[in-house]
Design a protein around this ligand. Structure first.
Ligand code: CP3
Length: 346
């Protein structure tokens, strides 16, 4: 096979094919820790960046150039499709905010299902540019929020410590909450299939807030609706990743999501997590992002411990256990990537 027709390393790993080395990419790899990103942001606010395909593609490609990771992730946000559903989304310094949160059945009924070309054409255009500009051995990753986390933002309207509004709706009006999740799942399917049609070769769903749930509630309110989205991706033959943070209480459940790969954080040992998930699934993870604030030899040591826990089984994708911190020294991120790549030569 020549280079052009080669399947990217990350995609082969997600299919659990034996690979020459463990692929690596970093959640939130295009962001404020990179000087190239801060440069672009001086000229454009975050929403403009997301809605302008050339700028979105540029910051995603800048991150790949700075780190030499094995994938470019679409530069967008999990709240962008919510905007297309009718939510008023803003991104002030203090963190994202929704000014017309969903609080009752009437609010749910008013939500629209976005059309991938008419409402999210700028996303498709960014993905197309990414695939054109990126080296063929590197993968283009699309993403969306998992239905539960997306719906959580819609109800709470901002980040939350105790999820009081969300859990109150779940407890008081479970059918309304399910209806909301069904609609978000439908919108998410439109959104990720739009990315696939534009050239995304794998899709990750971020269930960043699912860790607030008891295992039974995770199964009923998060897993059920994530499954709908993964089933649609399976029909297209596109490999999928499900990420949740704080998921040690329900890993077995996540393994039943239909995702090809489960992404875990650092609060669980990778070897143990993989046994619980089952070796018939790929696994992604799981270095604590704050380890990148330690000295490079310590970063390399901890990276090696994770590779050792994976025991060279096919299907491990190296990543952090959550998004990279905005104050991370770029050199330390590079040291991690070098350590993971060089480990293959041992
Ligand atoms: O390289 C990439 O991964 C960029 C694409 C990307 C962004 N957000 C860009 C972004 C992705 C995959 C996301 C996912 C996302 N967004 C998640 C899931 C991942 C996670 O961290 O759990 C969540 C919960 C959000 C919601 C969100 N968007 C928050 C909480 C914030 C503010 C806090 C923060 O960490 O920056 C955003 C804004 C945001 N999204 C920025 C970026 C680069 C910073 C915007 C800026 O330039 O000021």
């Amino acid at each position: 096979m020549d280079d052009r027709s080669a399947v990217p390393l990350l995609i082969r790993a997600l299919r659990r094919e034996p690979v020459e080395r463990t692929p690596i990419w970093i959640m939130r790899q295009a962001g404020r820790y990179l000087p190239e990103y801060r440069e672009v942001r001086r000229e454009a606010d975050f929403l403009t960046l997301c809605r302008t395909p050339d700028l979105s593609a540029k910051v995603a490609l800048d991150a790949v150039a700075a780190l030499d990771v094995d994938a470019a992730i679409l530069f967008s946000d999990i709240l962008i499709p919510l905007q297309a559903m009718g939510m008023q989304v803003a991104f002030p310094e203090s963190g994202p905010r929704i000014d017309n949160p969903v609080r009752c059945a009437r609010d749910v009924a008013a939500l629209r299902i976005p059309d991938p070309e008419d409402d999210l054409g700028f996303v498709a255009a960014a993905v197309r540019t990414l695939r054109q500009e990126l080296a063929p051995d590197k993968a283009v990753l699309g993403f969306a929020g998992a239905p539960f986390t997306a719906a959580s933002y819609m109800v709470e309207g901002r980040s939350s410590r105790d999820f009081l509004l969300l859990k109150s709706l779940l407890l008081q009006e479970p059918m309304t909450f399910h209806r909301l999740l069904e609609k978000v799942a439908e919108a998410t399917i439109a959104c990720v299939l739009g990315q696939v049609d534009a050239g995304a070769e794998a899709i990750q769903l971020f269930d960043s807030w699912a860790g607030c749930l008891a295992p039974d509630d995770y199964e009923e309110f998060a897993l059920r609706h994530a499954r709908t989205v993964f089933a649609a991706l399976r029909d297209r033959g596109v490999p999928s990743i499900l990420f949740a943070s704080g998921a040690a209480g329900f890993l077995e459940c996540m393994a039943r999501s239909g995702a090809d790969c489960i992404a875990v954080d650092w609060r669980v040992d990778l070897g143990e997590a993989w046994r619980r998930i089952g070796h018939d699934r790929a696994i992604q993870g799981n270095l604590d992002p704050i380890v990148l604030f330690g000295p490079p030899p310590a970063i390399a040591r901890r990276a090696r411990a994770i590779l050792d826990a994976a025991q060279g089984r096919p299907g491990h994708v190296f990543n952090l256990g959550h998004g990279i911190h905005k104050d991370t020294p770029v050199d330390h991120a590079r040291a991690l990537i070098a350590a993971v790549k060089n480990a293959a030569a041992r």
